[in-house]
Design a binder for this molecule. Sequence first.
Ligand code: BV8
Ligand code: ZN
Length: 264
Amino acid sequence: MVAELSAQITAQIKQAAVMLKSAKSICVLTGAGVSAESGIPTFRDKQTGLWEKFRAEDLASPDAFARDPKLVWSWYQWRRQQVIDKKPNPAHLALAQWQELAAKSGLTFTLITQNVDDLHEQAGSCVHHLHGRLWQNRCNNCQKIVKQSPNPSNNAAQALSDELINCDDCGGILRPDIVWFGEALPEIEWQIAENAAADCDVFINIGTSSLVYPAAGLAQIARQHGAQVIEINPHPTPNTIVNVTIAAPAGRALPKLLKQISAL
Ligand code: BV8
Ligand code: ZN
């Protein structure tokens, strides 16, 4: 039996629901915390196993890939193995349900994620990825996109092996289609995110440490354009421009928040 949320958190959810009830446009930014209850370690969680002695930030960079492509490729293949059997949790499902309700009631609801897993898509959401997708590769030479099937059937061994894969078109090596530190975000997705943050009445940061820019700056953009900012995170973040903090896990808070909004 999961313990009830505290009176304080219930009050925070009520406060957020009142804010959201009158909103005509909502922008949501999710981070690794939204997948934590699906069993996927967050980006800054300590790494385990073979990767224990590495920091994610040191592997997620073009320099690291140039220096040792096989090491970085193996890390991503390991991360794919870590997420391949993971399923959406109540946070992903609540966001997908909210997006569906919004579409029916003429509310603008934009979901942006920093995550590279596909759990928002599995839950049925339409989502914009700012930092790329784990299940997609790109040729390091000609930039050709090569899908990596998340459910390797017959080619399971090859699909998640540590062997580098060469591009069929030009022979260059494939890299994950992911935005590494020091690399620009995809223009279209960033433009969508910036516009949604600037146009929304309420901006919700869910499960992100708000440490990585420019994504972490979206709440500021929203606030500067007159939006209210809600944060859902069991731990404090450096975000100082928050109107309401729901200090609870997203998988617990979001279903309750959705219920509270419809009860108003
Ligand atoms: C850019 C993909 C410019 C990788 C990621 C020097 C040179 C260049 C740039 C910089 C520089 N110095 C600083 C920068 C900017 C840099 C940056 O911000 N660095 C930080 C570290 C200071 N940013 C960049 O480099 C960006 N690019 O600036 O380009 C440019 C422009 C034009 C032309 C060329 C260049 C690119 C940033 C993207 C990096 N890639 N991911 C991969 O995944 O392998 S970012 C990485 O951090 C994650 O993937 C994630 O996307 C992001 C944020 O992490 P979070 O999602 O917040 O996860 P985290 O673990 O930190 O926190 C989890 C949170 O969840 C916690 O708060 C926890 O309390 C909470 N939580 C836990 N459980 C729950 C929960 N919440 C709710 N419910 C729960 N159950
Ligand atoms: Zn190529």
